[in-house]
Write a protein that binds this ligand. Sequence first.
Ligand code: M6R
Length: 604
Amino acid sequence: MCGIIGFTGAKPVKNILINGLEQLEYRGYDSAGIAVLTDTGINIRKRTGKVAQLREAAMDLTEEAFCGIGHTRWATHGGVTDTNAHPHKCGKVVLIHNGIIENYRELISDYGLKNKLVSETDTEVVAALLDTLYTGDPIKAIRKAVDRMIGSFALCIMFEDHPGEIYAVRNVSPMVAATFDDNSIIASDITAIIPYTKDYFVVPEYHILTIGKGSIKVEDMNGNEVKPEILTVNWDISSAQKGGYPYFMLKEIYEQPDALDRTIRPRVKDGLPFLLEDGISDSLFDKIKRINVIACGTAMHAGMVGKYVFETKLRIPVNVEIASEFRYKDPIVDSETLTIVLSQSGETIDTLEALRLAKRKGSPVLSIVNVKGSTIARESDYVLYTHAGPEIAVASTKAYTVQIAAMYLLACRYGLVKGIMSEDDAKEFITKLENVRGLIEETLKNANRIKMVANRIMIAPDVFYIGRGIDYTLSLEASLKLKEISYIHSEAYAAGELKHGTIALISENVPVIAIATEENVHAKLISNVKEVKSRGAYVVLVSHDEPLNDSSICDMQIRLPEADSTFSVFATAVVLQLIAYYTSDAKGLDVDKPRNLAKSVTVE
Ligand code: M6R
């Protein structure tokens, strides 16, 4: 969602801010703006549309400014207009904000702010509030404002009479900060910082930062100074660039073999899963009678694949819950329930709140997270980091397959510890997991054939994905992927369920993508395929089958490399990701930045 950057130092700030906003574009936004602070005052430029439009609008802005803040806005309160774009200025105060101020109406009436407001945003209310409370001491004003604000916020604030300084404070919405040479930088995520330094810290919640040139003071709300823990990113700027690919999504699809290696190999010792170095000791499993998986979107679909393995191979009940549903019911979770939280960003607000609820109910929480130091990682009892590297495209690909791999490692360790899997079984499982790299590489060689599917479905108004068992969970993910980047309506159906209603929608030439890797239900799935085929569907079969050359079954076949369905998921996922990618590309859409979507969903 919204992106934040702030910089103060020895370098002219304008282009640093605009370049930083470009780095943050992937988060999703609909307007952008910057404010620079000079000895003579504050200058603001803001525009709806892309950062490129802001760059043009800022052409006339002075290069002689060394302190400033920039923002990409994903509209929540108030429409997409120049006025609603950030930064917002009121009196001597100018600020940018990520999050939602829930009690903005009370603040307006309690402090009589109405006449100070020109936009429809909750953010401007904070600027007006700070202006009202400000008597020359920024920290005092921020403390008082924070005391009254309810909601999530990451705020970067400048005061006209404090040149060279940026103040920051946050609750829930993430920010990271760093110093290098005589410069300081703050941002909503590490991608805007990485061009300058690999060492950074996560801004602690409810602490106020005074950011000067090359120095950052962090103090709690009582004024006690705090030394934040410095973290180091383990990837470099080239990982956050396209590296010759037309889109990040395609690059990230191709990065999967390496991402999987990085996630799996350090956790294998003598051929067996080994999680002790991640702080996960076997005693965690002692009391566990059931598992709860909480996540959103693609991460939740990865959890469904994990459920399948835990249940079929280990016979432990697993409940997969959409985080936004889980958090508003009274879930059945206790100290005998292991809660596994899946999140690429580690910042998804519903997932975070669901995690907190599970903890309050006494459940041990283990998170599988990609972003180091993210809020979900920090609040979990145990963390299994995936090592996918930065995922920039909004559509999640490599984060999904590494999440599945992490679930598999965990399942295998659990099976071993509980004596459900013998050492030999576990070794065989791990060898197969290590070999998925090869399956993916083999599948990627088929990209041109997969592109032909995309050329066929790009004109379709609706596409159906069907599968059974583990293939059904993949259908759900495939359908989400296609919808989000190609804007084609799509549904995923458990193949056996079609006859109970949805088959009414199957008519001449409706594309049906059938996934059939599950041996025990293969014949059943083929019967379902024939049912849709005989109603005129255009069927694409994704399976291990030898070439069928049978038009009564399918119009096109994508053959997967031979493997058990448990491990075929990785290759199947790649096929389905490529179908979505090529469809979006063929339609001429912006694959990496689909409309209305944000990479990390930090508001409810
Ligand atoms: O960062 P998270 O993994 O918590 O994000 C969860 C979902 O928002 C995310 O997986 C989303 O569904 C994907 N971007 C879709 O491709």
